[in-house]
Design a protein around this ligand. Structure first.
Ligand code: GDP
Ligand code: ZN
Length: 445
């Protein structure tokens, strides 16, 4: 099974003050002993030993190291783990790894230490995913979400839901198995329905919070639209120059072809979507321009429609207003410096960098997603997709109950909902999916 001992460089693949080579498995301690000028055999768990790595062939000292010893089962993988902290040059680190591999360890696959932690039952799948999220976290918010995940926030969220499901399932089962037994409370469609409805409402709340989490983690898909010369490019520049805005990457801002990320004060991030082709110039057939803008708006979580406030509305403005009406949208009247003050609507002057009313509106529309995050939620698409499946199963069960159909039918749906939730935690899983998931981790984790 997991008999082989694995090893990898667990620190970043560049020169640094210290690198760590991690070894996990039954042979971890013997392998370290074969390379060290002292033995770990008598050392206690969770201790650090000073020593030297000696090349067994040449007998030469290779590096001065600190070796941390963690004895099974109180370790990350629940196996024996040895971590060699060496001087952090790439050459010396790789040389020590080679010596470890020559002693019989196998090079770990990406994420394999965490995969072992999962397979040994030390952490569930959502915690394993959170470990990866923590490594990739690039903001305080993301790091906090990942930390909650590592501490098992998803399991805590799901446990009561799983329990409630089991309760319903058990009730039905007893009634099916012992229909004539008098001491058992008879379960009817009417008795189950309120429980099922309460359950599905919980799931809906969780899914909503998951959407919020995604908006905070991944940013708001934002399209800046408007006819030519209303000031879209100027607005983009103003957003970029906004004092606290951090441009993470912006590609080619010519001709309104813009894709990039702007982080606003407070952690909200705008992912600007390419709005090329929105202009209906002579060289683009008008209809095509409209179709393209429609597509862009489809994918957007926020549409910023820029109008020129210094001139009357034009036909194309009206069309864009109509097209974007069902989106989360902010209509800004630009060139306020040239226009008479407006009574309603958001007036800005992109050219003068006067865009605070727009920023305020963005915060008004999206800040609640941050508040929602103080409650635990799901962390990624995989978890959300399974939660949606559970939701669909329960919706189907409710419909069966409402129609007064056989309880056995609802029972099948409840079982499916149960399986979906268990799959979120990785307690039922397909081996190949698990391998793919851990392959996305970095090496040595
Ligand atoms: P786009 O075609 O929608 O990207 O519009 P641009 O950003 O290229 O702006 C078109 C013209 O309007 C340029 O000459 C800008 O300097 C001007 N402009 C943009 N915003 C403002 C503004 O707030 N006030 C004034 N007076 N001119 C503006
Ligand atoms: Zn432009």
């Amino acid at each position: 099974m997991l008999q082989d001992t694995i090893a990898a460089i667990s620190t970043a693949a560049q020169d640094g003050a210290i690198s760590i080579i991690r070894i996990s498995g039954e042979e971890a301690i013997p392998i370290a002993d074969a390379l060290l000028d002292r033995s770990l055999k008598e050392k206690d768990s969770h201790t650090v030993t000073y020593g030297h790595i000696i090349d067994p062939l040449t007998k030469e000292a290779v590096d001065e190291v600190l070796v941390s010893l963690f004895r099974a089962p109180r370790t990350y993988t629940r196996e024996d783990i040895v971590e060699i902290s060496c001087h952090g040059g790439r050459f010396i680190t790789r040389q020590i790894l080679q010596l470890v591999l020559a002693q019989g360890a196998r090079l770990a696959r990406p994420g394999e230490f965490t995969q072992r932690a999962f397979l040994s039952g030390r952490i569930d799948l959502t915690q394993a995913e959170a470990v990866n999220d923590m490594i990739q976290a690039n903001t305080k918010e993301n790091a906090q979400l990942a930390m909650a995940g590592i501490r098992g926030s998803v399991r805590k969220l799901l446990d009561p839901l799983i329990e409630a499901l089991l309760d319903m399932i058990a009730n039905i089962e007893v009634n099916i198995d012992y229909p004539e037994y008098e001491d058992i409370e008879e379960i009817t469609q009417e008795k189950l329905l309120p429980k099922a409805r309460a359950w599905i409402r919980e799931i809906e709340g969780i899914l909503q919070r998951a959407d919020s989490g995604q908006i905070i983690r991944e940013g708001i898909q934002t399209a800046i639209i408007g006819r030519p010369n209303v000031g879209k490019s100027s607005l983009l520049n103003a957003l970029l120059e906004e004092e606290k805005a951090i441009v993470t990457d912006i590609a080619g801002t010519t001709r309104d072809i813009v894709e990039g990320h702007i982080r606003l004060e407070g952690g909200l991030q705008l992912n600007l979507i390419d709005t090329a082709g929105i202009r209906t110039t002579q060289d683009i057939i008008e209809q095509k321009g409209i179709e393209k803008s429609y597509q862009i708006m489809e994918g957007a979580q926020l549409v910023i429609l820029v109008l020129d406030g210094s001139v009357p509305l034009q036909e194309e403005d009206r069309r864009l207003l109509a097209e974007s009406a069902d989106k989360t949208r902010i209509v800004v009247y630009n060139k306020a410096d040239l226009a008479r003050p407006i009574e309603e609507g958001i007036a800005i002057s992109a050219a003068k960098g006067d865009i605070q009313p727009l920023l305020d509106e963005i915060h008004r529309l999206f800040d609640h997603h941050r508040i929602a995050l103080s409650e635990p939620s799901l962390a990624n698409e995989r978890q959300i997709a399974l939660m949606r499946q559970a939701h669909a199963s329960m919706a189907s069960a409710i419909s069966a109950l409402e129609q007064g159909l056989e309880l056995e039918l609802a029972q099948i749906d409840l079982q499916e909902a149960y399986t979906s939730l268990k799959e979120i935690l990785g307690e039922v899983h397909r081996e190949d999916l698990i391998d793919t998931l851990f392959a996305n981790f970095c090496l040595g984790k």
